[in-house]
Design a protein around this ligand. Structure first.
Ligand code: GDP
Ligand code: IMO
Ligand code: MG
Length: 431
């Protein structure tokens, strides 16, 4: 039965939220399996616009059970703020389930995220400042606080003590900040306990049982392949596995059960924060894409860096995730360009590279080898069938599909729920 993974194919903000929302009317569960409130997914439903950070986008559809699984890091204040804001707009959030194994972002994680970035100066990563990195660091370092710890006050206190021991030295002696007390953290976390209690469960068991019963589950990735801590442009990455493998470790659902892997890819490329970006445009074309595409961060409001479509990255994404289908978003944004440049390979210090270089230093030096495709000027936002697209737009899509090595099943022609062309049904992969 279908378990569908949605992953970002580039550096985030490809339109994953909209893609999940597109499926939501036909699915039973939607799972956020990685990251935290560093994510920002905008979903437009009619005249209403929703910005989701910690909750999976599928929560907007009545009947779907949203799940925050073990791989996520949770800022409880943000969780309840987001739930309250959605409830106030009439969204039913009562079905939400939260993993007992998920880790908790506390005040000291947020503080450490910000002071570390400040300390790095010019070498900063440009994080979202939400405490994501320090919380995952604690998880791997085995000094993290988990959701289940809130239900055993003694254990919680001991763990917070253990975690703060070294951190307070760091905060006071290195970063010149005030020490954080165990009491203030414990008190803060316990204030959420009663409201959280009915949501907490073994989400791995819940999801595996659901799949056994023939239910449909969508795993909605945050961030993206090039921001993955293992496969992205390290150290300019987030701290979780945003690739398809993360859907399994981050949810406790066995890898063999994930049968459709959907890569969400923009018809051009954007990136927020620092790090290499071979096709980045520093000229008027970059500004044109930013304005036309509304490329400003959903989470931090920062202007996104913009560049042309990058085929080596798309092929890398196809391979690392085992993408079975692509959703190509924002094709409409390219309308009006006479020529559309596409990066087909890199020049690295005089050598042509077809693949993403394995050395980060080489990737920093990579310049794009561009090929031009003829553009179109017709408004395509009303297109609902592939044949409705102007010939040049069809040719652009077919050329990308061929170079990426996997089919483009859905094409986005506008931000609205209905502004899509479906070529192949993502819920029916033919197996
Ligand atoms: P996510 O983080 O991957 O969910 O993406 P974001 O929500 O951060 O950014 C994608 C933006 O593009 C949002 O504002 C969407 O409403 C918008 N969007 C998604 N698909 C399309 C599309 O096909 N065309 C246009 N014009 N906008 C789109
Ligand atoms: P969605 O899910 C784009 C980037 C940050 C920074 C780096 C590390 O909306 O696609 P972090 O706070 O995670 O430690 O920051 O990762 N980043 C994102 N960029 N979209 C996102 O999420 C992002 N989440 C993190 O800008 O460069
Ligand atoms: Mg986003």
């Amino acid at each position: 039965m279908p378990a569908i993974v949605i992953v970002g194919a580039q550096w985030g903000d490809e339109g994953k939220g909209k893609a999940t929302d597109l499926l939501a009317g036909r699915i039973d569960f939607v799972v956020k399996f990685n990251g935290g409130n560093n994510a920002g997914h905008t979903v437009v439903v009619g005249d209403e616009k929703y910005a989701l950070h910690l909750l999976p986008s599928g929560i907007l559809t009545p009947g779907v059970t949203p799940v925050i699984s073990n791989g996520v890091v949770i800022d409880l204040e943000v969780l309840f703020e987001e739930l309250d804001a959605l409830s106030a707009r009439g969204v039913d959030v009562s079905k939400l389930k939260v993993s007992s194994h998920a880790h908790v972002i506390t005040h000291y994680h947020r503080t450490l995220d910000k002071v570390t970035e400040r300390f790095l100066g010019k070498r900063q990563l440009g994080t979202t400042g939400r405490g994501i990195g320090p919380t995952y660091a604690d998880k791997i370092n085995r000094v993290g606080i988990r959701i289940q710890d809130l239900f055993d006050e003694n254990i919680l206190r001991q763990k917070v003590e253990g975690a703060l021991d070294i951190k307070n030295h760091l905060l006071v002696k290195v970063y010149n900040r005030r020490a954080i007390t165990v009491d203030e953290i414990v008190e803060d976390l316990l204030s959420y306990r009663d409201r959280l209690a009915p949501m907490v469960t073994d989400t791995a068991l819940l999801l595996s049982t659901a799949l056994d019963e023939g239910k449909t589950v969508v795993f909605e990735g945050g961030q993206a392949t090039m921001l993955d801590v293992d496969h992205g442009t390290y150290p300019f990455v987030t701290s979780s596995n945003a690739t398809a493998g993360g859907a399994s470790t981050g949810s406790g659902v066995a890898p063999w059960r994930l049968d459709t892997i959907v890569g969400i890819i923009k018809a051009y490329t954007t990136r927020v924060g620092s790090g290499p970006f071979p096709t980045e445009l520093h000229d008027d074309s970059g500004e044109w894409l930013r304005q036309r595409g509304g490329e400003f961060g959903t989470t931090t409001g920062r202007p996104r860096r913009c560049g042309w479509f990058d085929v080596p990255i798309a092929r890398y994404t196809t391979r690392i995730n085992g993408v079975t289908d692509y959703v190509l978003t924002k094709l409409d944004v390219l309308t009006g360009l006479e020529q559309i440049p596409v990066c087909v390979a890199y020049d690295v210090d005089g050598t042509r590279w077809e693949e993403v270089p394995w050395s980060q230093s080489d990737f920093h030096h990579a310049t794009p080898i561009l090929e031009n495709f003829p553009g179109w000027s017709e408004d395509i936002s009303g297109a609902r069938h592939f044949s409705d697209l102007p010939q040049n737009a069809q040719d652009y899509v077919l050329a990308l599909e061929k170079m990426m090595g996997q089919r483009i099943s859905v094409i986005g022609v506008g931000p609205g729920r209905d502004e899509v062309i479906v070529r192949h049904d993502l819920l029916d992969n033919g197996t």
